[in-house]
Design a binder for this molecule. Structure first.
Ligand code: TYD
Length: 224
């Protein structure tokens, strides 16, 4: 559902799936093809939302509070950054969006799916009366699909873990199932990437997907 002039892509996956390097690479690829890129992230992307991110990643709170904070940050981010950038025709690359709340708070923490759906329609519901029933979503969500066991072994070498990264394996198994459920509910919005491949192969799969959408004109060489 493309309701705007710009292109909006979100990137998802469990911690350790390796999305960050590829987001940077894609930002360069889009820019080198003349597109104006807004690179942003959730929770975050505005001063208020970045403050909420710090709280969410560091302070103990119950799962519904986590969800409310994620959606409060999202509301500010949508209003201040995403919607205006799309209106200007920009390519918005967003490191995580709503699917992360369904995966982490829904799958991982057990917040009922219907509660998250209600919050989603409150926060992402269109303000245009003609589109009263539509929910703002990325044009494409790229899911870095990786077995939690492999992600855990990659994370073992990483920096000091935050509140989510330090969760046990079974948490990430539930988060992974949450992502799969979201993808199955809206498959045409998703591009699923096999993140167990080498970085080069992941890049190839990613750029091929964007070329087939007509958003990149050639498969640019791997930046990784
Ligand atoms: P992440 O995006 O992986 O950033 P970094 O690379 O800096 O670690 O970290 C964000 C964390 O927040 C990640 O563990 C997932 C979690 N998260 C939620 O629990 N709910 C949400 O709605 C979002 C957007 C993220």
């Amino acid at each position: 559902m493309v309701m705007n002039k710009g292109i909006w892509i979100s990137f998802e996956g469990i911690d350790g799936a390796g999305k960050s390097t590829h987001i940077e690479g894609l930002a360069s690829a889009f820019k080198s093809q003349g597109r104006s890129v807004t690179l942003t992230r959730e929770p975050g992307g505005t001063a208020l939302a970045e403050s909420l991110r710090t709280l969410l990643l560091n302070e103990a709170m119950d799962p519904l509070t986590e969800s409310l904070m994620a959606f409060a940050a999202r509301r500010d981010h949508l209003n201040q950054v995403i919607v205006p950038s799309l209106a200007k025709g920009e390519t918005v690359l967003c490191d995580r969006f709503t699917d992360a709340t369904f995966a982490y708070q829904g799958g991982g923490r057990g917040v009922p799916w219907e509660i998250l759906k209600t919050l989603e329609s409150m926060v992402q519901g269109s303000s245009e009366p003609s589109q009263a029933s539509s929910i703002r979503q990325p044009d494409l969500t790229i899911w870095f699909d990786l077995a939690p066991e492999i992600a855990a072994s990659r994370l073992a070498d990483a920096r000091a873990p935050d509140r989510f990264e330090s969760q046990p394996l079974d948490f990430f198994t539930r988060v992974q199932a949450g992502y799969a459920r979201r993808r199955d509910e809206d498959p045409s919005r998703f591009l699923t990437i096999d993140a167990s491949q080498s970085k080069h192969q992941v890049w190839q799969q990613l750029t091929r997907g964007l070329v087939s959408k007509g958003w990149l004109s050639i498969v640019t060489p791997s930046s990784v």
